[in-house]
Ligand binder design. Structure first.
Ligand code: PLP
Length: 446
C-alpha cells in the first residue's frame, strides 16, 4: 500500500490546511468528474479523499480535515477500522460472492444472530439482510403488508426513508429528493410529527394529534405499518417529546399495526445506545438497520419479531447481493469494535462535549434557536433571532465557513436550516474541541 494513502486510525489526528479548499488537485479531479459523472449526483464538499481514519479525512492535496459527517453517520467505528480491514481482507481472499439465496455462508447467519441480540426486546427475533437503507425500508413494508393483509403505510412530517420509488413516497421533503420523480407509490399517508422546538407539545399531546390524523384520514384497520425514525435524521435531528414514541407504539400494538423503527441513521451506537428506541423504552416490531452497521461497506437489515418476519413465503425476500459476505465480514468487525471500545459510552461523552460547547455558542448568538440530539447525533437549528423562522442562508454560510477552515459539516432539515454533527465515535476530544473552536470563530462572522 502507498504509505501516503494509508488510512485508518494511524493517520495523524490533526486539522492541517496546506492549500485553499478545495486545492488544485481536487479541482483538477473535479473537472474530470464534471465531464464524466452525472450532475444529478452532488457532493457537499468537493475535496477528493486520499485517506481517512479516526476523526480526519485527508485529501489529494494533503489537507487534513476534521470529519463531522462520517459519510452520513456510516463510519461510526472510524474509516478503515482495524477489525473491519482484517476481516474484510480475509473474506475477500476466501470468496467474494455466492449469493446467499444460492449457496449460503456463515457470515450472514452471524450478522443476523448479532442483530437479533442487539435490537430492543427479549422476544424471539429474526433478521434478513439487504444492501441499502432504502431497500431495508421497502422490505419492512413488504413484511408488514403480508403479515397484516393491509395496504396503508403511515409516515410522519419531516421523515426521510430513502430515494427508491416507495421510499420517495415515504420521504417528506420534495427538493431535492422527489422533485420531478413521480408518480409515487400509493397508500402512503403522512401524519404530524412531534417537533418540540416548533410545536411545544408534550409527547402525549403530539401523539394524540398524530393518532387523530391516522384514525380520521386512514382508519387504523387499514394500516399495515407505522414507520418512524426515533430521532429524525435528514429531517433535522428532531428528537420527539418524551413519551411520543411509546404512545404511538402502544396505539400500533392495540390496532394490529406493525410498528417499524427506522434506525438506519440513529442505530448502532450513534445515539449512545445500540438503538435510539431504547432511550424511550420502546420495543419496535421491526427495526431497519444500515449506515453505521458495517464500517463503511454497504449492508442493511430488517430485524424484528420472528413471528412477523416469518409471515413471508419462502423466496419472498432477498436480492442478488443482500448480505454480501464481504459486507457481513465488515459488519462483524464493526460490531466487535463497538463492543471493545464501548462506543455507546463514547457517544454519550461526545453528546456532553458537543452540547456543552453548542449551548455556550447559543448563549452568544440569538440566531441559534435550538441545540438538540442524542449521543453523537447533535444539531443546531438556525432561525431569525427570537423566534422560529428558519434561516437557511445563515446555516449555509456557517457550514461553508467551517469547510473553508477544514471542518466537514453537513446541513439538514426540511427548511435546510439545521447544522448537524455526526463525528466518527472514535474521534478524539481534542479534535472535537478544535472543531467547536472553528465553529465559534465562523459563527462570529456569519
Ligand atoms: C439514509 C437513510 C435511509 C436510506 O438509506 P440508503 O442506504 O441511503 O438507502 C433511510 N432511512 C433513514 C432514517 C436514513 O437516514
Amino acid at each position: 500500500m502507498n504509505a501516503v494513502n494509508a488510512g485508518g486510525p494511524s493517520l495523524p489526528q490533526e486539522r492541517k490546511l496546506v492549500t485553499e479548499i478545495p486545492g488544485p488537485r481536487s479541482r483538477a479531479l473535479h473537472e474530470r468528474r464534471i465531464a464524466a459523472v452525472a450532475s444529478g449526483v452532488g457532493s457537499t464538499l468537493p475535496i477528493y479523499v486520499a485517506a481517512a481514519g479516526g476523526g480526519v479525512l485527508v485529501d489529494v492535496d494533503g489537507n487534513s480535515l476534521i470529519d463531522l459527517a462520517s459519510g452520513i453517520a456510516v463510519t461510526s467505528v472510524g474509516n478503515s477500522a482495524p477489525q473491519v480491514v482484517s476481516r474484510v481482507t480475509q473474506q475477500v481472499a476466501a470468496f467474494t460472492h455466492t449469493c446467499f439465496m444460492v449457496a449460503p455462508y456463515d457470515g450472514y447467519v452471524e450478522v443476523c444472530e448479532e442483530l437479533t441480540r442487539l435490537t430492543p426486546g427479549d422476544h424471539p427475533k429474526k433478521a434478513a439482510l439487504f444492501n441499502s437503507g432504502a431497500e431495508a425500508v421497502e422490505n419492512a413494508v413488504k413484511i408488514a403488508r403480508v403479515r397484516t393483509g393491509r395496504d396503508a403505510v403511515v409516515v410522519v412530517d419531516h421523515a426521510y426513508h430513502g430515494r427508491t420509488n416507495l421510499t420517495m413516497a415515504m420521504t417528506a421533503k420534495n427538493m431535492p429528493y422527489k422533485e420531478g420523480f413521480g408518480p409515487f407509490a400509493g397508500e402512503v399517508y403522512r401524519a404530524p410529527m412531534s417537533y418540540p422546538f416548533r410545536d411545544g407539545l408534550s409527547g402525549t399531546d403530539a401523539a394524540a394529534r398524530t393518532i387523530d390524523v391516522i384514525d380520521k384520514q386512514v382508519g387504523a384497520g387499514n394500516v399495515a405499518c407505522i414507520v418512524i425514525e426515533p430521532v429524525l435524521g435528514e429531517g433535522g435531528f428532531i428528537v420527539p417529546a418524551p413519551g411520543y414514541l411509546a404512545e404511538l407504539a402502544d396505539y400500533a400494538r392495540a390496532n394490529g399495526i406493525v410498528f417499524v423503527a427506522d434506525e438506519i441513521q440513529s442505530g448502532m451506537c450513534r445515539t449512545g445506545a445500540w438503538f435510539a428506541s431504547e432511550h424511550e423504552g420502546v420495543v419496535p416490531d421491526l427495526v431497519t438497520v444500515a449506515k453505521g452497521v458495517a464500517g463503511g461497506l454497504p449492508l442493511a437489515a430488517v430485524v424484528g419479531s420472528a413471528e412477523i418476519m416469518d409471515a413471508v413465503h419462502v423466496g419472498g425476500l432477498g436480492g442478488t447481493y443482500g448480505g454480501n459476505p464481504v459486507a457481513c465480514a465488515a459488519a462483524l468487525g464493526a460490531i466487535a469494535t463497538m463492543r471493545e471500545l464501548d462506543l455507546n459510552k463514547r457517544a454519550r461523552e461526545i453528546e456532553d462535549l458537543l452540547t456543552g460547547r453548542l449551548r455556550e455558542l447559543a448563549a452568544d448568538h440569538p440566531w441559534i434557536g435550538d441545540v438538540r440530539g442524542r449521543g453523537a447525533m447533535i444539531a443546531l437549528e438556525v432561525v431569525e433571532p427570537g423566534g422560529t423562522v428558519p434561516d437557511a442562508a445563515r446555516a449555509g454560510r456557517l457550514s461553508a465557513g467551517c469547510h473553508q477552515a477544514g471542518v466537514l459539516t453537513l446541513t439538514c432539515g426540511t427548511y435546510g436550516n439545521v447544522l448537524r454533527f455526526l463525528p466518527p465515535l472514535v474521534a478524539s476530544d481534542e479534535l472535537l474541541h478544535e472543531a467547536m473552536d472553528v465553529l465559534a470563530e465562523v459563527a462570529a462572522t456569519v
